[in-house]
Design a protein around this ligand. Structure first.
Ligand SMILES: [Zn+2]
Length: 283
């Protein structure tokens, strides 16, 4: 029982009370925990009290200073207070703390990445550009990253949108250039909300990795007569603007107009498939 108590005392002594660098030159006496044994001369030095809470290092330091000058010099070196601004402590400086709260600059990668994702969200989910000015959306952004200060709608329209358009356009051009054959679909429609007819052109093709693509290449105003001649002119213009050669065009599938002439197909310079509600019309 007594031995166990001594061991417990030793465990305590080797933890909290022995942090002083002077312990590099002493050890606790095996015989009596109230004594420290000098590693140099093996003298036993009283630790300054009979209870653990009274133990101190005064006598040990005095012993070193009086009898072992080399060790005492080393002890003094070890006992130097460490500078509080030591980088090893990893304490952030005040300016670091302020910096972490500063909004990202518009040149930073993080700001550009988030803005790009907002554009991505607007385009893919068909959101209005003004969503970027909506209170709830801004709160969401602020919650996700308080340092991100979103641009206004005008910045998206003037700067981000043209950039994104350019990127997507270049990518489409590359895909079209690499394709061997392309098929197209088209439609003409009008809406009550808009007093104009629109003509679309969508490309369908398979790339060298056998991946299927369908890309809306055009959607343009198509007012006036919807005659075969007008259609041919419109398609020619759209193909030309994309640099699509005649030999690449595999087929054009389009909806037959009510007033389509029987000789319309003959006037079409491309293989035309009429995807209408009347299969008899198909080429
Ligand atoms: Zn000594």
């Amino acid at each position: 029982m007594h031995g166990a108590q001594v061991n417990n005392s030793r465990a305590e002594l080797t933890s909290g009370n022995m942090r002083s660098p002077v312990w590099k030159f002493f050890k606790v006496s095996d015989r009596d925990v109230k004594l420290a044994v000098c590693n140099v001369c093996h003298d036993e030095i009283p630790r300054g009290g009979s209870k653990q809470r009274h133990f101190n290092t005064t006598n040990m330091i005095r012993h070193l200073r009086t009898h072992h000058t080399t060790e005492y010099a080393e002890y003094e070196k070890l006992n130097q207070p460490k500078p509080t601004t030591s980088p090893s402590l990893n304490q952030p400086t005040v300016s670091d703390a302020f910096k972490r709260r500063e909004p990202y600059s518009r040149d930073s990668t993080r700001w550009k990445d988030i803005t790009f994702r907002i554009m991505d969200f607007i385009c893919l989910d068909e959101q209005p550009l003004s969503v970027v000015e909506d209170k709830g959306f801004r709160r969401l952004l602020s919650c996700l990253d308080p340092r991100y200060d979103p641009p206004g709608r005008k910045y998206l329209t003037d700067v981000c949108f043209p950039r994104l358009y350019q990127t997507v356009n270049t990518n489409i051009d590359r895909l079209l250039k690499d394709s061997v054959y392309i098929s197209f679909t088209s439609d003409i429609w009008s809406a009550d909300a808009c007093p104009m007819s629109l003509l679309s052109l969508t490309a369908h093709f398979i790339d060298s990795n056998f991946e299927r693509h369908n890309i809306v290449l055009h959607c343009q105003d198509f007012t006036g007569s919807h005659s075969a001649e007008a259609l041919v002119n419109a398609f020619s213009g759209m193909f030309q603007s994309r640099g699509i050669q005649r030999e690449k065009i595999h087929a054009i599938l389009r909806q037959r107009q009510k007033h389509a002439e029987s000789n319309e197909r003959r006037r079409f310079p491309w293989p035309a498939v009429c995807g209408t509600h009347s299969p008899a019309c198909c080429a």
